[in-house]
Design a protein around this ligand. Structure first.
Ligand code: USQ
Length: 397
């Protein structure tokens, strides 16, 4: 298949591009390199030394003989460029990662809120609009988030996208219907993914676009089979307070002797998936497109749930690291339960990598190898959800 990977230079976009190229697909990355600019804005860098996208694709070609093409296009701003590219190349599938993905970054200031909303919503809408205008029947796969569901403590399992509800008619009869699970975002970033869902629903119904939305949990790990092949194919790894995600952050903190930064009681339960499974799921979704005219296909792309304090305690046991119980910079439930249905990927053959201490060793090795690149001043999470919360943040665990 000819596949356009929007955001193919990012943390999941890059290993996905390699995985699908390795599987024989013709890969075209469209990316505005915004993630690299944000590193510059924040004064941070990936823990792992990362080459330019042109250099990465050159190495991939030298290693495998396969080409990955790169196009510098901003989906949110360059509508005509995007449309012209799609019109010329007419891909069979489009994978859409081209969004600002960090909740803390999206909450930093009014400017960051505007940027995240404008970038994410415009990128998604421009893509849907162009596919429709060009009458292009490409399967659109979008990387969404488990965060669209929110983290209420109801205790019922979260279905894969759609909730069956019984509605009483005027005649007193109960009819049942499936509705999009009510969205309950916890940050401006998560809110943009909720808005994306409505855009998808509209374009699938109105224009018959074939769309798959992957509600992904928190990714851990860094390597995939392909990124391991050469030092210069290495994936990025974020540890800073904005882009570093919880488990990867705890592992680098343990490796550099920094207290593990647990927000609040650490009672937050979240869904997790290993990066290798993440790229496998995308391939499975690619092989199983919805029919034209069908509703948006939704998968819960996660393999297990964990409580933040359990992760911290496990890593503290493994490494001897101390735990810092910090005031929570976020507005979120202090404690929650989380049960998630994920049978759809399991039924398609996903055999998940589960979190075991042995597998964490690999990340600790990466962390130790590149520990000299860590700027400890960038470890604390300083982006507060409200001005009131900002006054309570302790920057120095
Ligand atoms: N947390 C800590 N200490 C830290 C960092 C985070 O206790 O040092 C806590 C947070 O308060 C939160 C939980 O860990 O309760 C998860 O935070 P996170 O930064 O690992 O994940 P999140 O902000 O939810 O976002 C990440 C990705 C996002 C993706 C999402 C999936 O950045 O792109 O959509 O995970 S999900 O969480 O399922 O919505």
């Amino acid at each position: 298949m000819k596949i356009a990977v929007m955001g193919g230079d990012g943390f999941i976009g890059w290993p996905t591009s390699l995985h699908l190229s390795d599987a024989g697909h013709d890969i075209h990355i469209l990316d505005n390199l915004s993630r690299r600019w944000i590193d510059t804005e924040l004064g941070v860098q990936s823990l792992t030394p990362m080459d330019s996208i042109q250099e990465r694709t050159r190495i991939w070609h030298a290693e495998t003989g396969r080409r990955i093409h790169f196009n510098l296009i901003d989906l949110a701003k360059d509508y005509e460029l995007l449309k012209n590219w799609l019109s010329e190349h007419r891909p069979d599938a489009v994978i859409h990662f081209a969004e600002q993905r960090a909740a803390p970054y999206s909450m930093k200031s009014d400017r960051h809120k505007n940027y995240t909303v404008n970038n994410n919503v415009s990128a998604t809408h421009n893509l849907l609009n162009a596919l429709t205008e060009l009458n292009l029947d490409a399967h659109l796969i979008h990387l969404g988030t488990m965060g669209v569901y929110g983290y209420s403590t109801v205790g019922a399992a979260i279905p894969e996208g759609y909730l069956p509800v019984g509605i009483e008619t005027a005649g007193g009869e109960t009819v049942s219907q499936e509705i999009l699970y009510p969205s309950n975002p916890g940050s401006i970033y998560h809110m943009t993914k909720c808005l994306d869902q409505l855009l998808f629903q509209f374009y699938a119904r109105n224009d018959g676009l074939r769309i798959t939305d992957l509600h992904q949990g928190i990714v851990w790990g860094t390597h995939t089979e392909q990124t391991r092949r050469h030092a210069q194919l290495i994936n990025r790894f974020d540890y800073d307070g904005d882009y570093g995600t919880v488990l990867n952050r705890f592992l680098i903190q343990a490796a550099i002797g920094y207290p593990l930064t647990v927000h609040g009681t650490g009672g937050q339960t979240r869904a997790f998936i290993h990066i290798q499974d993440s790229v496998r799921c995308i391939e499975l979704a690619l092989k199983n497109p919805p029919a034209r005219g069908a509703r948006v296909e939704i998968f819960n792309q996660m393999t297990e749930t964990h409580r933040v304090r359990d992760l911290a305690e496990m890593i503290a046991r493994m490494s001897g690291a101390k735990i810092a119980w910090l005031p929570n910079p976020r507005k979120e439930a202090a404690e929650n339960e989380l049960i998630v249905r994920n049978e759809k990927f399991r039924d398609l053959g996903l055999d998940p990598i589960t979190l075991e201490a042995g597998l964490l060793g690999e990340i600790v090795d990466v962390a130790k190898k590149f520990a000299y690149r860590v700027d400890r001043a960038r470890v604390p999470a300083v982006s507060a959800w409200t001005k009131d919360i900002a006054a309570t943040i302790n920057h120095d665990p």
